[in-house]
Design a binder for this molecule. Structure first.
Ligand SMILES: Nc1nc2c(ncn2[C@@H]2O[C@H](COP(=O)(O)OP(=O)(O)OP(=O)(O)O)[C@@H](O)[C@H]2O)c(=O)[nH]1
Ligand SMILES: [Mg+2]
Length: 446
């Protein structure tokens, strides 16, 4: 992407009352100043102050952000016009006619990266913020944008670079009595970096769950109220509910946010032995969903006589992070769940909504426990960073072995490789392909 011309695009979504059109580049003030006219010319405008003027006959506000104190690090002008496509098109058409180019998706953020305003990890956080579907994912992306993850990644890169310099110094001054650390010490330092990289790699799964959603399966015997619970959690009727056992045959999926965490809820066919071939297939699917999910809401009919046996079936089903959900408590006044103490549980009514808050709280605790310490993660690497960390660690392992046999030249080349891989996470070393892959995810205007 060319980074020296002046680009424009709507920076706000369509359909709102106001559209923001962003202009960024060396000629931003000049071009925007020919399109937008106010009492003052834009060139004389005080930066970061809104001015009322016009674009053609339409009223429009303009604000100038002077380089480098702007999102992109270039001169930026933002014009706010009426919402709807006609007003925005009018502004855009004039800007393009006066010499702007239409921005590609992510190009504003790409310029911010090129101008050193953001590193790659932070740029990815911007895309995550735009697409975050839940409070927890949003919080994580905010922290990443603020640099929490970059700091850790940069620290790893610095340590690899220091190891590399030390290794190269031995090649450059082989005969001098310099104060070198021993081969063992260097090798141990490689190990230490690998350990810390592993720690970061371990955050990947949490990040994936927050970005893509925790898979929660609703399982139990027929008629326990699984579909009713799904509908109650969603707040609308997604699945068919009926008093006939065996109503749900296929799995039914829906997205929701529970306790600020995005989830993919799966309602399943009731678990029982059945002669009906279709129901049998449904039950097989239920078992597969249980195996694939991170959390199981094990639904038990609190008004049924053999609830404890039903719960035991679920405990033996391979369910992970099982939460016993005693349903239909509206039918059993004064119900006390007979759950074994080690199974987290809640008592609810999917019909009256009673106990739902409690269930969400139990879910929050269970999901929190899965993340260690019951807190949401401060940092989480994504798949792209994880792949680079793994490759960098492999190079470090090789460097470690070579250091122990004093093969400094080979070790230095391994360390250079590790440095390249680790550096790619934040964009210290970034190939055009890598940059393409990162900025490809963006929407236009970001
Ligand atoms: N009183 C009462 N009835 C409930 C409650 N939850 C579900 N029901 C009723 O129980 C029956 C079965 O509910 P479903 O939600 O279809 O049960 P299910 O577990 O999905 O059943 P299958 O799909 O057949 O496995 C329906 O008549 C619901 O109205 C509850 O909390 N209280
Ligand atoms: Mg059902």
């Amino acid at each position: 992407m060319n980074t020296s011309d002046t680009i424009t695009a709507p920076a706000s979504g369509t359909g709102g009352a106001v559209t923001v059109i962003r202009v960024s580049g060396p000629r931003a003030v000049e071009i925007a100043g020919r399109v937008w006219r106010g009492r003052l010319s834009l060139a004389d405008a005080e930066p970061r102050r809104m001015y009322l003027g016009k674009v053609g006959h339409d009223p429009a506000l303009a604000v100038y952000m002077k380089a480098p104190a702007s999102y992109t690090g270039d001169d930026v002008v933002e014009i706010q016009c009426h919402g709807g496509t006609a007003a925005a098109d009018n502004v855009l058409r004039r800007l393009l006619a006066c010499g702007c180019r239409m921005a590609e998706p992510g190009e504003f953020t790409f310029r911010a990266f090129v101008n050193g305003k953001l590193d790659l990890a932070q740029a990815e956080a911007v895309a995550d913020i735009v697409s975050s579907g839940s409070e927890a994912a949003f919080d994580l992306a905010q922290k990443q944008l603020a640099g929490a993850l970059s700091e850790k990644l940069n620290a790893l890169c610095d340590r690899v670079d220091a190891l590399r310099s030390e290794c190269e110094a031995r090649l450059d001054f082989p005969d001098e009595e310099l104060d070198f650390s021993s081969d063992e010490e260097l090798a141990e330092n490689c190990r230490a970096v690998i350990r810390d990289a592993d720690e970061l790699l371990a955050t990947r799964e949490r990040g994936r769950l927050l970005r893509d959603g925790v898979e929660v399966v609703i399982a139990g015997r027929p008629n326990a109220g699984k579909s009713s619970l799904l509908n109650c959690l969603l707040g609308y009727d997604r699945a068919i509910v009926s008093p006939l056992p065996g109503t749900t045959r296929d799995t039914v999926e829906a997205r929701a946010v529970l306790a600020g965490v995005p989830v993919i809820l799966t309602d399943t066919a009731g678990l029982r032995e059945s002669a009906d071939p279709v129901e049998k297939l449904g039950v097989e699917r239920s078992r597969r969903s249980i195996a694939a999910s991170q959390v199981t809401f094990g639904l038990v009919d609190a008004s049924a006589a053999d609830g404890a046996a039903a719960l035991d079936e679920l405990r033996n089903s391979g369910a992970k992070n099982l939460i016993a959900v005693w349903n239909k408590i509206d039918l059993v006044p004064g119900f006390v769940p007979p759950a074994p103490p080690e199974v987290p549980h809640a008592a609810v009514s999917a019909v009256t909504g009673e106990g739902m808050k409690e269930l969400v709280e139990v879910f929050r605790r269970v999901v929190g426990r899965d993340r260690g310490e019951g807190v949401l993660p401060d940092v989480a690497v994504n798949a792209r960073m994880a792949a680079l960390l793994e490759q960098g660690s492999a190079a470090l392992e090789s460097a470690e072995k070579r250091l122990l046999s004093s093969a400094y030249e080979l070790a230095a080349s391994d360390l250079a490789e590790a440095s390249r891989r680790f550096g790619g996470t934040v964009g210290r070393t970034a190939s055009p392909d890598l940059l393409d892959a990162v900025f490809h995810r963006f929407c236009i205007g970001k």
